[in-house]
Design a protein around this ligand. Structure first.
Ligand SMILES: Nc1nc2c(ncn2[C@@H]2O[C@H](COP(=O)(O)OP(=O)(O)OP(=O)(O)O)[C@@H](O)[C@H]2O)c(=O)[nH]1
Ligand SMILES: [Mg+2]
Length: 585
């Protein structure tokens, strides 16, 4: 049965905790001081089973203006809210501040709950609150009138909660974990325990996580959700995580446990600011995201974009929502969307203005845009930024390239190779490392991946291919064009003769690695080996020569020696019955 989490919100004394108590029979005010003062100070946690059988957990927040930071830590990771308004008091300042926070964080699911309806007719407060919700992310949510004192309306509220839970988007169990910690404590005999709202992904006992701020590895020793030990817990859920390898003092509210390698932990971000113009914001604000609250310095870039320098690093993705607050002024908070978690430095004159133009076009995770701006990026770095890389083939290793930039680099490589050859007549082939530096590339593999005929690469050097006479290069270009159309149709002797390619010429082309000799009289492009293996891997294994021939669209004349060649290269295996397989282990 499903479980989910909802946070309360609303002005002080409007009956949030009373409501949670009435629904769950559990006490959300955990501290003696809270019970003595009749006021919530810190977050409270309770849960109940709804008529559908689903379990809902509540994060109960304080309404008093002094405790807004605690409120924000509670709602930060939670995807739905109960906005509580007292029938006898109506809309109040923290009703507005809490609503603005929920809107800034992009919370779109919730209920309006008008409490204390035994003390006053709820109609006026309901109408007033509906008016305030209009035009926000929570416009048009269901409204329910209740009394925590008499229990009136609680059954309707339970039914409305079931409808709310059913309408929530299905959480992505494969998403990386980012568990924002809201409490940490020590349990005698078990060690450090942290709690939080798991917003996405799956936690499993025994798995390894990373403390985001320090990169320190920690192991999940045990897990609980709603007081019950579990071996795995799927989002969205309240969880308590018992950790191995970390002292309690090392972790506190605002820290996050993350799936290793899946977030960028950063102190510098570029954001879009929603609401107030950036120029009106104070220089120093507090950035709230998840359960974290981190002082940040704002540098305006465009009218609605800015660079934030954070006091402490946070694990972030492009597209994350967060909130800016001026703690001194108690201003209604403004929301931000993270546009870049690894922004470029702004050193040159005019760099900030150029960046503002770039940011004005950015919105969320966008692989082509990211490659256009960065030219080249490692797939793993993009994943850490929260930019999905599926569907794009790396140009070398795990490097992804912007297609236009890559094509331009290919042209520059030809010029650099020519220039090197002109300057070094005795040994004209250019070392790959020299070319890497001239092209300003981060990895030699990129230089080699740029090599196209007539350039050739051998022994760590790249040659112009000019060692071969012009007539031969033209003939080879024709062979190449044939093979690009039909990669496994090795040219027949007649075709080679017609192009003037005798054994000596073919030998020179093979030596220059423009052609690959599979067997006597059988040449293909060097790329044919990988292409053949990929094609054969798609066949039911093991396969016969005949099915390989059909899959490759070629004749036995080529298929038989090609399979032998692949077998010699260790790319396929031949079984005792004569059939072949691409599985090499
Ligand atoms: N008559 C009546 N009193 C209520 C109702 N709900 C809450 N109260 C009373 O209102 C006061 C405040 O209730 P709480 O539940 O503590 O309010 P809260 O919203 O949790 O307050 P904070 O957590 O401090 O923001 C308490 O004295 C409650 O007994 C209700 O439905 N009817
Ligand atoms: Mg309370």
């Amino acid at each position: 049965m499903s479980t989910w989490v909802v946070a309360t919100a609303g002005h002080v004394d409007h009956g949030k905790s009373t409501l949670v108590r009435a629904l769950t029979g559990m006490e959300p005010d955990r501290w003696a001081e809270e019970r003595r003062r009749g006021m919530t100070i810190d977050l409270g946690f309770a849960w109940t089973t709804l008529p559908s059988g689903a379990t809902v957990a509540f994060v109960d927040v304080p309404g008093h203006e002094r405790f807004v930071p605690n409120m924000l830590a509670g709602v930060g990771p939670v995807p739905a809210a109960l906005l509580v308004v007292a029938a006898d008091e109506g809309w109040k300042p923290q009703s507005a501040e809490h609503l603005a926070a929920l809107a800034a964080l992009g919370v779109t699911h919730g209920l309006l709950v008008v409490t204390r309806s035994d003390l006053a007719d709820p109609a006026a407060a309901t109408a007033q609150a509906r008016g305030e919700l209009a035009g926000t992310s929570l416009a048009g949510v269901e409204a329910v009138a209740v009394s925590g004192a008499t229990g009136a309306g609680l059954d309707e509220l339970r039914a409305a909660l079931d409808r709310l839970g059913a309408a929530l988007p299905a959480p992505d169990a494969d998403a990386p974990v980012r568990l924002w910690i809201d409490r940490s404590f020590t349990v005698r005999g078990s060690g450090t325990v942290v709690t939080g709202t798991l917003g996405a992904g799956r936690l499993a006992a025994g798995s390894e996580l990373e403390v985001a701020a320090t990169g320190r590895a920690v192991r999940v020793r045990g897990l609980q959700s709603l007081g019950v030990p579990e071996s795995t817990v799927d989002a969205v859920a309240r969880v308590a995580v018992n950790l191995r390898g970390v002292e309690r003092d090392a972790l506190s509210r605002g820290d996050a446990l993350v799936t290793p390698g899946r977030f960028t932990t950063t102190e510098l971000i570029d954001v879009r600011v929603h609401g107030d113009p950036v120029a009106d914001l104070p220089v120093m604000v507090v950035l709230h995201v998840g359960s974290a609250a981190v002082p940040a310095r704002i540098r305006p870039l465009g009218t609605d974009t800015a660079r934030l320098r954070l006091d402490r690093p946070l694990p972030l993705h492009v597209g994350d929502r967060a909130l800016l607050r001026d703690p001194g002024l108690h201003r209604v908070p403004g929301g931000v969307t993270v546009l870049d978690v690894a922004p470029p430095p702004l050193r040159r004159r005019g760099a900030a203005a150029a960046r503002a133009v770039e940011l004005s076009k950015m919105d969320g995770p966008d692989l082509p845009g990211e490659l256009r701006r960065r030219h080249l990026a490692r797939a793993s770095d993009l994943v850490r930024m929260g930019v999905p890389v599926g569907g794009v083939t790396p140009v070398a290793g795990e490097w992804l390239a912007d297609p236009a930039h890559w094509a331009a680099l290919g042209g520059r490589l030809v010029s650099e190779v020519d220039a090197y050859a002109a300057a070094h007549p005795v040994e004209p082939d250019a070392p790959v490392e020299v070319l890497r530096q001239r092209l300003g590339l981060p990895d030699r593999a990129l230089v080699e991946a740029l090599v196209r005929a007539p350039l050739t690469v051998h022994d760590g050097r790249i040659g112009t291919g000019r060692g071969l006479p012009e007539r031969l290069l033209r003939a080879l270009a024709a062979v190449r064009a044939d093979l690009e159309r039909s990669p496994f149709a090795a040219p027949e002797a007649g075709r080679l003769a017609e192009l003037g390619l005798g054994p000596k010429e073919v030998g020179a082309a093979v030596k220059a690695r423009l052609l690959l000799r599979i067997a006597d009289g059988i040449v293909l492009l060097p790329s044919a080996v990988d292409a053949a293996v990929a094609e054969l891997a798609r066949l039911p294994q093991p396969f016969t020569v005949s099915s390989a021939r059909q899959a490759l669209g070629t004749s036995r004349r080529v298929a038989v020696p090609l399979l032998e060649f692949l077998h010699r290269q260790g790319r396929t295996r031949q079984l005792a019955d004569g059939r072949h397989t691409t599985s090499t282990c």
